[in-house]
Design a protein around this ligand. Structure first.
Ligand code: IMP
Length: 434
């Protein structure tokens, strides 16, 4: 049996969807362990487009169990819409195919309202650029020990008492602090009673089930959302998401022991992108010919919000942070084809801040904003590579580029993606076959 964690090595949107889909073939269980419907990826299978925000895309395969761990936060309306959407495509969701942790927390209507109100109230330069899905306020309530859990849905008395206390507090904040309208508890109770009925058969103990699976020798894939630099503790705080996105949280967010993890794979885009606000040292400004080329050729728009992603050169400082923070055993390099046609490629190897050289992201956000990348240059390649299926058939400059990424990080690619389709992939080493 193997238990493999896959995480984003940059600021999210590294192309995890496709890689997770590929590795899912070898897994029996696919587990999400953090984040909520701020994540999202689009998959095209047999000409049909599927967009996932909460459910692992493994749901498209037969005989796999998808798991939503305790570290995830769930907007039940969005989850049920996703289940209904799958039903319309002929995919029925049952307890055999989807298990939801009773310890996961619920994103409530007031969390969305507070997320949007707080973001609006911030001065322009302090805005986080959140997805507006209620992520921060939901995790705040979890840590503040006043959150609503999925398991509470099964206990109407407990649910009502907890909700009453929460709505009293949130209405005070919404009306007094933000000058908004109060929420009506009876309509929330009615709506959530409906959600409870539909979700009840899918709720269970994720930790117990994954432990049994491991003992039976099953392969388990843990699927991270967002990316390393968006981690609440280790990212470019406060321009981060509100959960731990790094590999260590696979264990906490699913109730799985660290000693049972066999590999950690970092998804690494061949250049860098970021949505939302915050430091991005290798960013190319909007209007820059190369930045715009990466943006349009790489279709760099967010799957969840449709926002334009900021684009820039590959950053080995960010990649090395990911190696260290996640304990990476391999990279899956994505979107290498997007670089085809560029005469010269740049790689940031360190940052200069005032007179100091940094080989990791400065922890101080003011310094992180001032970081000036130190670049090295490499030759690019002219030919398109999407049709290439063997590593040796890549142009020599593309192989040099990959080798340089490996030299700079000490971690080798296990997979290289040369186009959006499943087949447009070079699998160099299968972590489930180790
Ligand atoms: P939140 O997670 O909605 O609170 O947003 C906080 C920050 O994380 C913002 O900069 C978002 O753009 C970013 N973010 C959240 N989810 C994702 C994701 O899945 N991909 C990339 N960025 C994300």
């Amino acid at each position: 049996m193997a238990s493999v964690v896959v995480v984003g090595a940059q600021w999210g949107d590294e192309g995890k969807g496709k890689i997770v889909d590929l590795l899912t073939r070898y897994a029996d269980y696919v587990v999400r362990f953090q984040g909520g419907n701020n994540a999202g990826h689009t998959l095209v299978v047999d000409g049909r487009t599927y967009i996932f925000h909460i459910i692992p895309s493994g749901i498209l395969y037969e005989n796999k169990t998808c798991v939503i761990g305790n570290g995830v936060i769930i907007d039940p309306g969005v989850l049920l819409d996703e289940i209904a959407g799958l039903g319309e495509q002929g995919i029925s969701v049952s307890r055999r195919s989807l298990l939801i942790s009773s310890n996961a927390h619920l994103i409530m209507p007031y969390h969305r309202r507070l997320d949007q109100a707080r973001e609006e109230a911030l001065a322009r330069e302090n805005k986080i650029g959140t997805t507006g899905r209620g992520i921060g306020p939901c995790y705040m309530d979890k840590v503040g020990r006043v959150g609503m859990k999925v398991g509470d849905l099964l206990d109407p008395g407990l649910f009502k008492d907890k909700l009453q206390a929460a709505v009293d507090e949130k209405n005070f904040i919404l009306t007094r602090q933000f000058g908004g309208e109060p929420l009506d508890i009876s309509s929330i109770l009615e709506q959530f009673a409906g959600f409870a009925e539909q979700l009840a058969p899918l709720i269970g103990n994720v930790s117990v089930e994954l432990d049994q699976a491991r003992r039976q020798g099953k392969h388990i894939l843990f699927e991270g959302a967002q990316g390393t630099q968006l981690d609440i503790d280790h990212g470019t705080y406060p321009f981060v998401t509100s959960s731990n996105t790094i590999a260590g949280n696979a264990c906490i967010g699913a109730g799985f022991g660290p000693a049972h993890i066999s590999e950690v794979i970092g998804i690494l885009k061949a250049y860098t992108t970021r949505v939302g606000e915050g430091p991005f040292p290798t960013e190319l400004p909007e209007g820059d010919v190369i930045g715009d080329a990466l943006q349009s050729k790489g279709h760099e728009y967010g799957a969840t919000t449709g926002r334009r992603r900021r684009c820039g050169w590959f950053d080995a400082v960010v990649a090395n942070d990911a190696v260290r923070l996640n304990g990476l055993t391999g990279f899956a390099v994505t979107k290498l084809d997007v670089l085809s046609g560029l005469k010269k490629l740049r790689i940031a190897t360190s940052y200069e801040v005032a007179d100091t050289t940094y080989r990791h992201m400065p922890e101080n956000i003011r310094l992180a904003r001032l970081a000036r990348p130190v670049y090295e240059e490499m030759a690019g390649w002219d030919t398109e590579i999407t049709a290439v299926r063997a590593y040796e058939d890549l142009p020599s400059a593309a192989r040099d580029y990959l080798r340089r990424l490996e030299d700079l990080t000490g971690v080798a690619p296990i997979l290289v993606s040369v186009g959006p389709d499943r087949e447009e992939t070079l699998l160099l080493r299968n972590p489930f076959a180790a």
